[in-house]
Design a protein. Sequence first.
Length: 238
Amino acid sequence: MESHSCLTNACTGRFCSPLGCILDVLPSVKLAVSQQSLSKASAKQQQWSKGVLFPVNFLPQSTERLVLRRFADLDLDNFLSYRQDYQVARFQSWSMLPYSEAKSFIKEMQTAVMGIPGEWFQIAIARKQSNLLLGDIGIQIYTENPAVVEIGFTLAREEQGKGYAQEAVQALVCSIFELGYISQIVGITDMRNEPSINLLRRLGMHLVRSDEVEFKGELCIEQTFELRREDWLLHKAG
């Protein structure tokens, strides 16, 4: 749904990663294989074969202060507010949305299938106590390798600097890796954007590539960060 680009800051843009699970509840790892777990594995395999890699109950999720959920009609005003903010849009590949497109986007996300390779899906970030929208996270499974997920996010300017981005992304990436069949998560940012890079590194991401690209009429160095599931598991175990 979202075509992210090379510029981001700590609270807007194309980026990802995690270390540490902060979800209220996460499925525990069991050594014994029950009939129920076999059924779940079979269902996951069916989803994989259909190209839908996320279970229907993947959302909503809760953290200490936030809820990650599907978009709702009540989100329109807040969504428009930050998507029409130049300072937020500046570091995104998308342009500021008019009312009609924002309304259509929210309607589409309410029923869109999550996990179709090559298609962006946006997850609403809402304050837990009020359910008010603070921002959104975009996820895309790579068509050429469905075990790799790219994550990007946007947060309203007035909500930045409060740790919401890290809290939301940690929770999401943790739950993605808990699925068991995603091996790598990718985040991309401009090398000049130090806040974003610092956040990626705090979350355990490693720089793997730098590319010179053109974005909005100027050249920039786009840096690709990644986190592998095996590294995440080692950190979690430690």
